[in-house]
Design a protein around this ligand. Structure first.
Ligand SMILES: CC(C)(COP(=O)(O)OP(=O)(O)OC[C@H]1O[C@@H](n2cnc3c(N)ncnc32)[C@H](O)[C@@H]1O)[C@@H](O)C(=O)NCCC(=O)NCCS
Ligand SMILES: Nc1ncnc2c1ncn2[C@@H]1O[C@H](COP(=O)(O)OP(=O)(O)OP(=O)(O)O)[C@@H](O)[C@H]1O
Length: 199
């Protein structure tokens, strides 16, 4: 029996950091952010739809999508974000499920679906157990600004586009507190995987 783990949190709480640890432990990862980048490459159906909806202003000279520019449009505007989601999410969902099922067939004890918007997009039925990677608001803002070299305003807009991580933590099967060091986070993760008999 494979346990399908939904790994989520809110922006910059440390999902990718935890997902890297899980990969090092040998678990296969289905990465929604990566898939959402792949499906908007030039030539893909979602790419054409995005250009049609948001105009050529969101393209670089080489015709690839300027993600920062598109982000500045959608993170400040719920209606536009919804439009983008409606274009990108169906294809992301299809590919996630197909990868998940391949890993299940291969007989892994655990498969990880790293989905930032697991709750927002109501995808909780895709997984057996939900793990939320949590940090407090102050740490979240600080790490986001640092990582993306963004202003407080840009970072706050992104944070406010998602359900607060406190609320997500309350709906999780397990919460990993990533306020401390990476090795403290790893210890919590190992304990959890042992409890669920995945490692
Ligand atoms: C708006 C875009 C172009 C900005 O790209 P950028 O490279 O700056 O950010 P990236 O894709 O790495 O996302 C960073 C984080 O932002 C958050 N985020 C991304 N999209 C959304 C969204 N539609 N709503 C809320 N939060 C989002 C997630 O926490 C994600 O991990 C891009 O995020 C996008 O295409 N989003 C729509 C697809 C999507 O929902 N992806 C996230 C999960 S599938
Ligand atoms: N325990 C930690 N101590 C210090 N820095 C950390 C820790 N965990 C993560 N970080 C840093 O915080 C930032 C956010 O982490 P990460 O990119 O893993 O978040 P994320 O939840 O995957 O974000 P996103 O939703 O944007 O994909 C990164 O720059 C990362 O290196």
């Amino acid at each position: 029996m494979t346990v399908v783990i939904g790994l989520t949190g809110s922006i910059a709480t440390g999902k990718s950091t935890v997902s890297k640890m899980l990969k090092e432990l040998g678990l296969p990862i289905v990465d929604a952010d990566q898939i959402s980048r792949d499906v908007v490459e030039p030539g893909e159906v979602a790419y054409q739809k995005i250009v049609k909806t948001f105009g050529k202003e969101i393209l670089f000279e080489d015709e690839t999508i300027n993600r920062k520019q598109l982000g500045s449009i959608v993170f400040g505007n719920e209606e536009k974000r919804k439009q983008l989601n409606e274009i990108v999410h169906p294809e992301v969902r299809r590919q996630m499920l197909s990868q998940r099922d391949q890993y299940i067939q291969q007989g892994y004890r655990g498969v990880v679906l790293d989905i930032p918007l697991l709750f927002e997009s109501k995808l909780t039925h895709f997984v057996d157990k939900i793990v939320v990677v949590y940090v407090n608001e102050e740490t979240q803002l600080e790490r986001l600004m640092n990582r993306d070299q963004s202003t407080k305003e840009e970072a706050s807009q992104r944070i406010n586009s998602q359900i607060p991580v406190e609320e997500k933590a309350a709906m999780a099967d397990a919460v990993i507190n990533n306020n401390g060091t990476r090795s403290e986070t790893k210890e919590q993760l190992l304990e959890l995987l042992q409890k669920w008999e995945i490692i």
